[in-house]
Design a protein around this ligand. Sequence first.
Ligand code: ZN
Ligand code: ZN
Length: 150
Amino acid sequence: MRDLKCPRDQSLLKEGQEHGVEIDRCEKCGGAWYDNDELSMLEATVADDDSRRGMIDYAKRESELKCPVCKTDMRAFNYRAHNLELDACTEEHGFWMDSNESERVREVMQERVAGLQRAGVAEEEWGNMLRSGGKKSGGFFKNLFGGGKK
Ligand SMILES: [Zn+2]
Ligand SMILES: [Zn+2]
C-alpha cells in the first residue's frame, strides 16, 4: 500500500471511491488524488470514448502543489479550457482535485457530450439542406468550407 500525503495539508490519504473510481482521498480538505488513468475513468462515467477525445490540459502553469507520488512540482492547468483548475504531475503520476472538482469534471464532460450531440444534429440538418445526405465523416466545417466534395 502506498502512503500518499495530501499536497495541500500533508494528511495521509485514504483509499476510497468517487463515482465508482478508486481514488485516494484527503479527509481533511476533501481533495482527492486520481492516478493518471483514473481521470479518464472518471470521464468515462459520463462520456464515451469519442466525446473524450482532445486536449485536456490548457494554459499550463506552475502549481504550488507537489506530486504525492514523486514530490516534484506539479503543473496547474485549465481542464479542457474550462474555468476549472486541476493539478497534474509532470511525470504523469496523476491529478489532484480539490473537494468539488471531480464533480465539476463530470459536469464539463456532460456539457461536452450534450454539445457534441447538438453539433451532430446541426450537421445532419445542414447535410439535409444541401441534399448531400448520408455524410458520416467530414463534419460540419469541412462541408462549409468546401472540403466536402468528393
Ligand atoms: Zn488535504
Ligand atoms: Zn509524480
